[in-house]
Write a protein that binds this ligand. Structure first.
Ligand code: PGA
Length: 306
């Protein structure tokens, strides 16, 4: 039996259903001798007769009847499997795994909500963390897509910019420099500074700019997240540099953005994946969705912010 092929079973199922070799040959677009040969080989493999011929009519033997039921079961299961695959491809189910940097925390849920409404059967796993960790996940190929702001140095990736991600100087609302225009960057040296943790892309960008202009700031506090930094600025620990995306309307009741020369630091968010990765249908659909919808989602957010 195990030497029988799926093709032989299909031929048998058709002959048994139509009780006719001629009609089975027609349905399967095979010649009659081919159909007869397949049935003969299957009968030999099984070792018992499957049909008996009485006059011109073909009848199933009890063993043939049993095999017919088994075949229906097999083909029914196979077609359900095919439908499942079609469902995956039709985005009715499946899992989307994303790893994104901290500043997307406000944007990404606003992008995922309408996407999940379009494809309600899908599941999303979202990891929001700093650049160093996102890079680790990227090099271990743990997720489908990644959002970053810093271009990875030693990785071969496909990289697509999709939104601006400027860095601005943030201070408490009542800061003496609030409202001043084009404040010299050297003034940052006089201010207690709050810095992101090592591994943060924001920190790297700030350090690069300060080094370029030979500015050294007095770091009073090092903190591992944008929220904590906003709190610390609000209670007077010092000033910091944050992505404009993190300066949300509620934060603006306590904070202000200082107009310092060389700021904002112009950066982008990029959607990234390993260059040789074959994206799933779900991942590439989300990729296209982000490219098409991100400006509108961001401007709606800004609408809420102002
Ligand atoms: P970070 O990235 O969390 O690594 O600082 C944020 C950003 O660069 O926008």
């Amino acid at each position: 039996m195990r030497q029988s092929t799926l093709h032989q079973l299909k031929v048998f199922e058709t002959v048994a259903r139509l009780t006719s070799i001629t009609r089975a040959a027609e349905e399967l677009s095979l010649t009659q001798p081919t159909v007869s040969m397949q049935i003969k080989q299957l009968t030999q493999n099984i070792g018992v007769p499957l049909f008996e011929q009485i006059g011109k009519k073909l009848y199933l033997t009890p063993s043939g009847q049993e095999l017919f039921l088994t075949c229906q079961d097999i083909f029914d299961r196979l077609s359900r499997f095919e439908m499942k695959i079609a469902d995956f491809q039709g985005l009715k189910q499946g899992k989307l795994k994303l790893s994104t940097i901290t500043t997307t925390k406000y944007f990404i849920p606003r992008a995922l909500a309408p996407f999940c409404q379009l494809y309600p059967g899908i599941e999303v796993a979202l990891e929001i963390t700093n650049h160093e960790r996102v890079f680790e996940r990227l090099s271990a190929n743990l997720d489908d897509l990644y959002i970053i702001s810093k271009i990875p140095e030693r990785m071969d990736v496909a990289l697509h910019p999709f939104l601006e991600n400027p860095l601005v100087v943030v201070a408490p609302k009542n800061h003496p420099l609030a409202g001043e225009k084009n404040i010299p960057i050297s003034k940052l040296q006089d201010e207690p500074f709050i810095m992101r943790e090592r591994g943060s892309g924001t920190r790297d960008a700030v350090e690069q700019l300060l080094n370029k202009h030979n500015i050294s700031v007095k770091v009073r506090l090092e903190l591992g997240g944008n929220e904590a930094i906003k709190q610390a600025i609000g209670v007077g620990f010092g000033i910091s540099v944050l992505s404009q995306h993190t300066v949300t309307p509620d934060a603006m009741s306590e904070l202000t953005i200082l107009d310092v020369e060389h700021f904002p630091i112009e950066r982008h968010w990029y959607i990234v994946y390993p260059a040789d990765k074959q994206l799933s249908i779900l991942a590439s659909t989300f990729f296209d969705f982000l490219q098409q919808e991100s400006h509108e989602i961001a401007s709606k957010m800004r609408g809420k912010i102002s």
